[in-house]
Design a binder for this molecule. Structure first.
Ligand SMILES: *Cc1c(COP(=O)(O)O)cnc(C)c1O
Length: 378
């Protein structure tokens, strides 16, 4: 069976883990933690990067930082992972779901302004498959209406929009290093990008359990104490050492995934040309990172049949997401603004093909053959 995913392994992880173990410092923000942080600040680049134990926690930090609370509204797509919404629902906010564009599966920026009310505090675009949302339009709405922008760039490491890396365009951005993402910090991990200096001081406090320990460590105060709400948002040095190994190889990983992505694209193009399936559309101002490859079936029934067919032919394919507004918690904590023209219909047609770093060409070809076999049969 061709698996759906294999966590990336670049080969130098054990060396860096051994070095971290030998350093006698395993808690957060050690030598590797700082190295990773500087990497984001110089390579993406971004103003400030703070490693977190997961992207979910980076999003939670963002919601605390923005002082989101009961009565506030936050705009986002319904076609996203639960953490995008949960981070804000946890603070008591009302989630306002806006429809997506069928071509990119991203928040339709042209529908956002109509969803803004006097209670709206933030817009949370999610860059699906490492293909960016229309950030020029979203940032313009946000600045005119006094809103914050938090990019859920969980899938977007090394993917860009008009030459700017994902996660660096909003006030705050969050990237994931979960084992299913392009780069992992040993299974779980994330980073919060703080792109606006106004948020830096408090971000540091929230991340350090609500204390001013950061200032203490820099010798700015002579003792540290509880000054705000916060939690434990530091990953261990072992996670950072693992991440460092992968950041050093990120160009190789991205190029390899993009090669597989292109192989799928070429192998399936004529099925798209003849209208049998839909293939990913990449807007001209976006560079993607080969994070995931999806195709669109005619409808839910065809997708169910194709998934079963692929399984019979040794291919583990999957689908996502169940639109959040149709989920039990989505109905409790959110409302869909306007008409659901595309979210439900497009999510029901979407199917993801296996894709991981180092996937052999023969495996990709077997996947292509299996998909083609299905459409010859049906
Ligand atoms: C993976 C993912 C997350 C969560 O990342 P974790 O690091 O697993 O917490 C959030 N949003 C989106 C869109 C994701 O794909």
């Amino acid at each position: 069976m061709i698996p759906f995913n294999k966590p990336a392994v670049v080969g130098t992880e054990m060396d860096h883990l051994a070095a971290a173990l030998a350093s006698d410092k395993l808690s957060g923000d050690g030598a590797y933690g700082k190295r990773c942080q500087r990497w984001f600040e110089t390579k993406l680049p971004c103003r400030h990067a703070m490693l977190t134990p997961s992207c979910t926690q980076a999003l939670e930090m963002a919601a605390i930082l923005l002082d989101i609370g009961p009565g506030d509204e936050v705009i986002m797509p319904s076609f996203t992972f639960v953490s995008t919404a949960n981070a804000f629902a946890l603070r008591g906010a009302r989630i306002v779901f806006v429809d997506i564009r069928p071509d990119t599966m991203n928040l339709d920026a042209d529908l956002v302004e109509a969803a803004v009310t006097s209670r709206t505090r933030a817009i949370v675009p999610m860059h699906y498959a490492g293909v960016a949302c229309d950030m020029a339009v979203l940032n313009d709405i946000a600045s005119r209406r006094g809103l914050a922008v938090v990019e859920d760039a969980a899938q977007g490491l090394m993917a860009s929009y008009k030459g700017q890396n994902q996660g660096t365009m909003g006030h705050l951005g969050a990237i994931s290093f979960h084992e299913t993402k392009n780069v992992t910090s040993g299974g779980e991990g994330g980073v919060l990008l703080v792109n606006d200096d106004r948020y830096l001081h408090r971000a540091e406090i929230i991340r350090e359990k609500g204390t001013n320990r950061g200032q203490f460590l820099r010798g700015m105060v002579d003792k540290y104490t509880w000054v705000d709400i916060g939690s434990s948002y530091l990953p261990s040095e072992l996670q950072a050492a693992y991440l460092w190994a992968q950041l050093e190889a990120v160009e190789i990983v991205t190029a390899d995934r993009t090669r597989t992505w292109n192989r799928y694209r070429e192998g399936l193009q004529d099925l798209a040309d003849s209208g049998r399936i839909g293939l990913p559309q990449i807007p001209a101002d976006c560079v993607h990172n080969g994070h995931l490859f999806h195709l669109k079936c005619r409808d839910l029934a065809e997708r169910t049949a194709l998934l079963a067919w692929l399984k019979q032919h040794g291919v583990m394919a999957v689908f996502h997401y169940v639109p959040l507004h149709t989920a039990p918690a989505g109905a409790l904590f959110g409302t869909f603004h306007g008409e659901d023209r595309h979210t439900t219909r497009e999510s029901e047609r979407l199917l993801r093909l296996p894709l991981w770093y180092g996937m052999p060409e023969a495996d990709a070809d077997q996947v292509v053959d299996a998909v083609r076999g299905f459409y010859q049969r049906h």
